[in-house]
Design a protein around this ligand. Sequence first.
Ligand code: C5P
Length: 239
Amino acid sequence: IEQGNLITAGKAKALYETNNPEYIWVHNLDQATALNGKRKEAVADKAYYTNQISRYLFEYLNQKGVPTHYVEALNETDSLVHRLTMLPIEVVTRNYASGHFVSRFDVEPMFPLEPTVLEFYYKSDALDDPFMNDSQILALNLASLESITRIKDLTHQINPLLNQLFDEIGITLVDFKLEFGRNTDDVIVLGDELSPDNMRLVDQTTGDSLDKDVFRQQTGDLTTGYAQVLTRLQAKLGE
Ligand code: C5P
């Protein structure tokens, strides 16, 4: 497969065409952003960690029968994925209170959430990704009722799988964000990336944050935690 023209460059990744219209070339960037891109810094080796962690998690979900866009790793920082038409919706799952759930509802951090909380956000940098509910999605014609149901079903399938995997490597999955898209057969599958950029992960022994909160709160070097996550996934899932 050959890398083609740049399609778009986001905050953490750049997407390229390939010589096969079915596929997209994902190049991870050595860059971290916070506050919806308002703070941006170069972070050495970050692309390596996000690409490898995403690869392990997508391959794990693929093996468990979850339909995803992931095809294969191309090199240390790049991956091949199926082309999707993305839904402009961010799906956040929360197992424990953290981040905006704590500030919005004034609950104790790490308060266990039962049932698991599922939230939708409208993907728009200009609007700062506003919260939205099912009827807002329908009224704005962003997705059909069937599509919303499918997204919820897939998310409820993915959450226990990821919870169990992380639990087995001594990590608590606090919350995470997913994005879905339609493949060329018009089927909704999991897209985007799965990395500590998009999930909160807490070391069960030390209580340390192993995700982008370290960058958001400027409490240290973000790649220390990312390296921990990758090492443990590698030990658990192998090469
Ligand atoms: O900020 P908030 O508490 O709403 O974030 C919930 C989860 O969703 C976190 O794991 C965060 O990393 C992720 N998220 C994301 N992209 C956004 C907003 C949140 O990956 N635009």
